[in-house]
Design a protein around this ligand. Structure first.
Ligand code: NAI
Length: 484
């Protein structure tokens, strides 16, 4: 029998996890559970990552974690255990399926517009790297990582999944018109991978336009792949299309470890009252059963769930308000009582069990994901982030004194807008500028040249940060300031 790790979580977590496991046990799902300690009370006990070493070891041995929602203590400087788990174990793809459920009324179900959207959200990178600094007392900076190998992993997963489900369309949501380098890289990788799947219709939509289109014509979309933060926002929007967070399951997929959980949080307002809706966690559990090849168990339970919803059985957060709602216990009992029944709409076929998707194997070292370097790289300049509350021309005069024989000051920007050598008097300023120095005539520089400039400039300014300007072949590996 397959053994998996289970963490019940905080708030409504234990109630809904017990409810889901009751359904699994009643269906005689052949799984064994190793209960592990993660969440708020583990933080409170002094484990700064929110899990005990034993929990980490069990999860790394078993390869599957089924988890309830967990609370991150506020104001203690600790990071979310949910994000830590996804990042530590490289569950690079967050798959969230949003489907119209018969019996869960929404504006779309009433208008007979079916919704069946799978959002694949990159799960490791982006602003979730959490690399943030105050550059000055007024200026905060967050770094956003988008990497080629990371994008490849998640986009390849999305295409493979789209191919398996014979998707009518796979769409990349992005903001590459503004974030040309980061989202531009993600979009480039999307179209590189798309070439390997000529049978799939692949296209891209700018994320703001995507949001508008999703709420007007959700039926036009099938699989949507996005970077981490945009994916987070768009997937909550999609949860709204199908009836809210109570119906939003999620699978965090990695090559070695996978985590199955609901999208929603600990719902402190409902905790301890036995009234929470366990559907999202149950749907996440069904995705896990299918991942483990337990197709028959998954179909029996899902058909019973759909049948139950169709018959108007509902918890307080959804359904016909003129009919009384049931509590969590009675809701799952109704599902159990409906085992063997099928819904009128959307019945799941009884597929034979399959081998588990995952192949667990022990790693000896951290995998290094690296692309081949294609072009010659050379340093052609540096951005120095400096603190000053002086006017641009005064700063330029001081910077020019340090340029020496190797550098030329090409521009100064403030909040990404060029303010020197040209600019507008109407541009509002903050006390942090970016002084961009480039090498004279594109002559290659080395790191010592850059440090030399840094040392010289530091006599005049507080330097908050520095970033090299690289050329790859004839391509600039950096963006231009607005107006440059
Ligand atoms: P939340 O998702 O817990 O609650 C938002 C709203 O949805 C509330 O009105 C709640 O009552 C309702 N809701 C959520 N789940 C429900 C369910 N199963 N049945 C019926 N109604 C439900 O989000 P919130 O309030 O922003 O976060 C609360 C805590 O959860 C925070 O500590 C947060 O960090 C944590 N959280 C954990 C997540 C995870 O473990 N993956 C994800 C999101 C938040």
């Amino acid at each position: 029998m397959t053994k998996i790790a289970v963490a019940k979580g905080d708030g409504i977590g234990p109630e809904i996890m017990n409810a889901v496991l009751k359904v699994f046990n009643a269906a005689e799902v052949p799984l064994e559970y190793a209960f592990v300690d993660m969440g708020k009370w583990v933080f409170d006990k002094g484990f700064s990552n929110g899990m005990t070493p034993e929990a980490q070891q069990a999860i790394e041995t078993l390869g599957i974690l089924f988890k309830g929602p967990m609370e991150t203590p506020k104001g203690k400087g600790v990071k979310s255990v949910n994000v830590t788990a996804r990042k530590t174990w490289n569950t690079y793809a967050n798959k969230r399926v949003f489907q119209t459920l018969h019996g869960v009324d929404t504006v779309f179900s009433k208008a007979d517009i079916p919704v069946d959207i799978t959002v694949v959200r990159e799960n490791i990178e982006d602003t979730y790297g959490g690399i943030e600094h105050m550059l000055t007392h007024d200026v905060a900076l967050s770094r956003r990582f988008i990497t080629r190998p990371g994008s490849l992993q998640v986009i390849r997963y999305a295409f493979e999944m789209a191919k398996k489900k014979i998707a009518k369309r796979i769409t990349c949501g992005h903001k590459a018109n503004i974030m040309k380098i980061t989202d531009g890289l993600f979009l480039d990788v999307f179209y590189e991978v798309a070439k390997e799947y000529p049978e799939l219709k692949a296209d891209d939509v700018i994320v703001d336009d995507l949001c508008m289109k999703l709420v007007t014509r959700p039926d036009l979309f099938d699989v949507v792949v996005l970077t981490n933060l945009q994916g987070d926002i768009v997937s909550d929007l999609c949860a709204g299309l199908v009836g809210g967070l109570g119906f939003a399951p999620s699978a965090n997929i990695g090559d070695h470890i996978c985590i199955f959980e609901a999208v929603h949080g600990t719902a402190p307002d409902l905790a301890g009252k036995n009234i929470a809706n366990p559907t999202a966690l149950l749907l996440s559990g069904l995705a896990m059963l299918r991942h483990l090849g337990l197709m028959e168990n998954a179909a029996i339970i899902e058909n019973a769930l759909l049948h139950t919803l169709e018959h108007g059985v509902h918890t307080g957060d959804f359904g016909d308000k003129s009919k009384p709602s049931v509590n969590t216990t009675d809701f799952v009992q109704a599902i159990i009582d409906n085992f063997g029944k099928t819904p009128q709409t959307g019945a799941k076929p009884m597929l034979p069990d399959q081998p588990a998707t995952q192949t667990m194997f022990k790693l000896q070292k951290n995998p290094m994901m690296e692309s081949k370097e294609l072009e010659m790289e050379k340093i052609v300049g540096v951005d120095l982030f400096i603190e000053s509350n002086e006017q641009p021309q005064v700063i330029a005069n001081r910077c020019l004194r340090h340029a020496g024989v190797k550098f030329t000051l090409v521009n100064i920007s403030n909040r990404g807008t060029q303010v020197w050598p040209t600019g507008s008097i109407y541009t509002n300023l903050v006390n942090q500028y970016n002084a961009r120095f480039e090498s004279i005539d594109g002559f290659p520089l080395n790191q010592q040249d850059v440090i030399g400039l840094y040392v010289s400039m530091s006599g005049d300014f507080k330097i908050c940060s520095l970033e090299l300007l690289n050329m790859w072949g004839d391509k600039k590996a950096y963006s231009l300031a607005q107006g440059q």
